[in-house]
Design a protein around this ligand. Structure first.
Ligand code: CA
Length: 201
């Protein structure tokens, strides 16, 4: 065998072995994991379709899915780390579960149970669609024993006259009447119960 042929064979062997090594060690994709779960009503059974579910990492990068008819969502191939997972659908209270960890090659299950959002105007005791002096009259009469406010809503763990709470303490009482009077004279604006914001936003 002459030297040139020998060199060619050696070179070919080196090239072939390189391809073998490359085939045995393909470039590794970055490690990822998934987040998935079900979004239901407060009964934990009734699926809610069309809920936007977002996972947000500490840098603000967002993964997004929408629940199907089973209430199921799946966020695929997230970079490893901690995420805040947030639901959003009109008519439902928004929920956030914080510091959810995405683990390599695992599906982290994050389920949600959403309550209906209350739909009202803060301070609109007589449910006319606006807050004005008539709401003071209605509230005072109610505390004297006349008709209860027409609008109530399940929120903060019970059904109550949520629109009557204007000082944000999640109670409807005489202090709210005082607050409305002061507001209508130019005082601080009404504050809803933090757990029951109108429209759930
Ligand atoms: Ca109150």
């Amino acid at each position: 065998m002459n030297r040139i042929v020998f060199k060619l064979i050696v070179a070919l062997a080196i090239i072939l072995s390189f391809f073998e090594i490359a085939a045995a060690n393909p470039p590794k994709p970055p490690p990822v994991g998934d987040i998935a779960g079900y979004v239901t009503g407060l009964d934990g059974e009734t699926p809610i379709q069309g809920v936007a579910v977002r996972a947000i990492d500490p840098y603000g990068f967002t993964y997004y899915d929408t629940t199907n008819s089973d209430g199921y969502y799946f966020l695929y191939a997230l970079q490893l780390g901690l995420y805040d997972v947030e639901t959003s659908k009109a008519g439902y209270i928004t929920q956030i579960q914080e510091n959810i960890e995405v683990i390599m090659d695992q599906v982290t299950i994050v389920n949600f149970q959403l309550g209906f959002a209350c739909d009202y105007v803060v301070g609109d005791v007589n449910n006319s669609g606006m807050l004005n002096g008539l709401d003071i009259v209605y509230a005072v009469n109610y505390f004297k024993g006349f008709s209860p406010p027409p609008y109530s809503c399940f929120c903060d763990g019970h059904i109550w006259y949520v629109s009557g709470d204007v000082n944000g303490d999640c109670l409807f009482n005489g202090l709210d009447v005082v607050y409305i009077i002061v507001f209508l004279k130019g005082g601080a604006p009404p504050i809803p119960c933090p757990a029951c914001p109108p429209g759930g936003r």
